[in-house]
Design a protein around this ligand. Sequence first.
Ligand SMILES: Nc1nc2c(ncn2[C@@H]2O[C@H](COP(=O)(O)OP(=O)(O)OP(=O)(O)O)[C@@H](O)[C@H]2O)c(=O)[nH]1
Ligand SMILES: [Mg+2]
Length: 432
Amino acid sequence: MALESLKDVVRKITRSSTVDKKLVEEVVKDIQRALIKADVNVRQVKEISDAIKKRALSEDVLPTFNAREHIIKIVYEELMRGIGEGLEIPLKKSKIMLVGLQGSGKTTTTAKIAKYFKDKGLKTAVVTADTWRPAAYEQLKQLAEAYNIPFYGEKNGKDAVKIVENAIKNLRDYDMLIVDTAGRHALEKELIDEMVEIAKVLQPDYKFLVLDAAIGQLASKQAKAFHEAIGIDGIIITKFDGTAKGGGALSAAREIGIPIAFIGSGEKVEDFEKFDPAGFVSRLLGMGDIKALLEKVERVVSEEDLDPEAFLKGTFTLKDVYKQIEAMGKMGPIKKIFDLLPFGFGMNIKEDAMEMTQEKMRKFKVIMDSMTEEELLNPKIIDSSRIRRIAIGSGTSPQEVKELLKYYKTMKNLMKKFKKKKLPIKGLKIGF
Ligand SMILES: Nc1nc2c(ncn2[C@@H]2O[C@H](COP(=O)(O)OP(=O)(O)OP(=O)(O)O)[C@@H](O)[C@H]2O)c(=O)[nH]1
Ligand SMILES: [Mg+2]
């Protein structure tokens, strides 16, 4: 696909013998070509490439960077700015409604989303409100059954709104309902009216527009039309695997200012991921090449952002543990950080409470990603049944979840001691 050639741009920069205006101009041209080929909207291509050029030629190189890294960093940052946002969906009771053109991938995506949230431990069910296509009922039923996902539909039902009403009554106990609707070709009036009615009855927390990446620049017109008709909360781009035009859907989302929630990249239910802009751009640029560089960027940022007092104030929750772990990823082991504090007050901290391998940091984060907001803010409520759910959702074991909770308690106690001692921390350039 066309966006793949962005990797060559990074390679070109790292391999060039000199970094000068000529290289910057070449790089900007290559990026323009790659984006245009990928069907990114021309105005956005111009914005991105102008910004890269201007910054690369005018900004001072940061002390920790060399000239090549400096340019790659700018390319990365401007692509990030151009690509728009992802959407964070909290793990709590919600309803999702999918809309989109015929054949865009709604039914497949309904099953994909259901599996995604089921894997995170939510009680999830799917509903078909497509009464137009005869096979729609069977298609979703089969997909759902293959993954043991409860399904609601009315085989010969004609009234999609009524079906949704019945589904809500029948599936009251579920955390997450995902409703598939009929494909709307060129936005016919009848189908639009039906879509609006379904939304009224369902009151979805999220209305997602499913966009086939292959439609390229047409994505923008479609997205606008759907957005005007019912108000879209997020975009799901499908078939990213089979096209060179995926930039069209990406730039449509950016243009109307709607976040991208998920990306589908294959026919299988597993071929689906949450849209993570940083990961996405890193991959486009060939993460292997720029990983170390990005870490360096983060280090520079985190050293400026540290505020030890804010960290020691307030209640200590799992959210703080999450931040801590992120900070550790950037700054090194927590022991080193504590070593910098005026500690020698007989405070005895076991070394192993501080030890944390990269692997464990990663695992703890995955576990916390599977927790609900409530659990993160109030870890006391995490009982054994929640532990089991979290372990399943995060693909870890109850033992590992307990280990995280133990780590949390150790840290919390430490913070308490810290506060009692009223340590003179002002002016210290460390913390979280
Ligand atoms: N390669 C690929 N194929 C996909 C993806 N998502 C869906 N498909 C395929 O696209 C075709 C249409 O998918 P559906 O899920 O039936 O689309 P739909 O929007 O429900 O279609 P209608 O109900 O007719 O409007 C199927 O053959 C799917 O297997 C994807 O991410 N990648
Ligand atoms: Mg369908």
